[in-house]
Design a protein around this ligand. Structure first.
Ligand code: SF4
Ligand code: SF4
Length: 121
């Protein structure tokens, strides 16, 4: 287990299976902050045409900002419901507002050296 994952309090295998295997656990789509960002994106599209930038994981994986990083289209905090999400309990998360502040590891001050080298932080 890498130090990066060890400090998360669980093995990387457990973390990956928890986050990637269960796309239905994340409740961000029900959150006022995310819904507001979606509405702003739709309004932007109607006014100006081209859609705003969207993270790959928002489109393909089922959000999980706590694991994959923040969203380029969320700019206003309207409240966060992460504390009521089952992932918070199962993964022992201690932060929130991941869509704006970045993933759990980033908020804990843990930067994955490989991701940094690859320019993904
Ligand atoms: S803790 Fe928050 S970001 Fe993570 S899966 Fe749950 S709702 Fe989504
Ligand atoms: S990370 Fe928190 S604030 Fe952001 S969309 Fe998910 S539940 Fe809402």
């Amino acid at each position: 287990m890498s130090d990066f994952k060890k400090r998360m309090g669980m093995s990387s295998e457990d973390w990956n299976s928890l986050m990637k295997g269960k796309v239905d656990l994340c409740i961000c789509r029900k959150c006022p902050t995310y819904r507001s960002a979606i509405e702003a994106g739709i309004a932007h599209y109607k006014r100006l045409g081209p859609p705003l930038e969207v993270s790959v994981h928002e489109k393909a994986i089922g959000i999980y900002f706590c694991y994959y990083d923040k969203s380029p289209r969320v700019h206003e905090d309207k409240g966060c419901i992460c504390k009521t999400c089952p992932v918070t309990k199962q993964a022992k998360l201690v932060n929130n507002l991941y869509c704006m502040r970045g993933e759990e590891t980033r908020q804990r001050g843990i930067v994955d050296p490989l991701a940094e080298i690859l320019g993904q932080v």
